[in-house]
Write a protein that binds this ligand. Structure first.
Ligand SMILES: NC(=O)c1ccc[n+]([C@@H]2O[C@H](COP(=O)([O-])OP(=O)(O)OC[C@H]3O[C@@H](n4cnc5c(N)ncnc54)[C@H](O)[C@@H]3O)[C@@H](O)[C@H]2O)c1
Length: 254
């Protein structure tokens, strides 16, 4: 119940799917405060109300992760409201047609958008979180990559490239700030049922193909990934940095 006791956490893309499950897990584990951030304001505010009804301290703040001034405002707002910053989860992400396009079909505009949302976001947020985490005496940054940041597939140029970028960004930042007790790790989900994949998984054959590729006989749930993020955010992982936590039902072990 108290695995995050005393900690103030910001979760990006926190209104939906894996991000929402992470906010719920953090609240259930006694976080001092959960700052839900997203661009889906109505859903974010609803989650804030739900967590508060359950007795947790939660606050929704609008944050487009591609915009540096918004990062600065959210981190300042978090520290002024809750006094410190201990955890940032870089979870916001996109795939869609731009993320999934093959090399010869992808556009420069689409590539840049996906790289901005999935990778540049982690650089911007980490840059502005580091000074606050130093003041707090340490911290934990969790970058949500993907199995598609580890292995290739037949499509998904920009998605693969962006998830590979955030993976190595995490390792690099882990080395840079280890002496400050700031840990940086990546999480690599496999095929998870969430709003991001709902349309794709409803297409004929896709769900079946993904199940065939996944040794444990089901697709993932947002909570499966949130459990791993929770571990990395907590002090149970106090000697874990630069690690890549794969949560994929065995998909990449094949
Ligand atoms: N679902 C999967 O199978 C799967 C697999 C591997 C990795 N992931 C990764 O997990 C993370 C969460 O995905 P999900 O499956 O929960 O999808 P989701 O679509 O339910 O959640 C993504 C959230 O990110 C938010 N977002 C998008 N662009 C944003 C921006 N510019 N600024 C702020 N927020 C923004 C969305 O509003 C949404 O709430 C993503 O990074 C995704 O790439 C998902």
């Amino acid at each position: 119940m108290n695995r995050l006791k005393g900690k103030v956490a910001i979760v990006t893309g926190g209104a939906s799917g894996i991000g929402a499950a992470t906010c719920q897990a953090f609240a259930a584990e006694g976080a001092r405060a959960v700052v839900i951030t997203d661009i889906q304001d109505e859903m974010g505010r609803k989650l804030e109300a739900t967590l508060k009804r359950g007795g947790a301290e939660a606050s929704y703040m609008h944050l487009d992760v591609t915009k540096e001034p918004e990062w600065i405002a959210v981190i300042a707002g978090t520290v002024s409201k809750f006094g410190r910053l201990d955890v940032v989860v870089h979870n916001a992400g996109m795939s869609g047609p731009h993320g999934r396009a093959r090399v010869d079909e992808a556009t420069e505009e689409g590539w840049r958008l996906v790289m901005d949302v999935n990778a540049t976001s982690a650089f911007l947020g980490t840059k502005h979180a580091i000074p606050e985490m130093k003041k707090a005496g340490g911290g934990s940054i969790v970058c949500v990559s993907s199995i598609y940041g580890l292995v290739g597939s037949r499509a998904g140029t920009a998605y693969h490239a962006s998830k590979g970028a955030i993976r190595l960004f995490a390792r690099s930042a882990a080395m840079q700030y280890a002496a400050d007790r700031i840990r940086v790790n990546s999480v690599h989900p496999g095929f998870v049922d969430s709003p991001m994949t709902a349309e794709l998984h409803a297409r004929p054959g896709v769900r079946e193909e993904r199940l065939t590729l996944t040794p444990l006989p089901r697709l993932g749930l947002p909570q499966d990934i949130a459990n791993g993020i929770l571990y990395l955010a907590s002090d149970e992982a106090s000697w874990v940095t630069g690690a890549e936590l794969v949560i994929d039902g065995g998909m990449t072990a094949r």
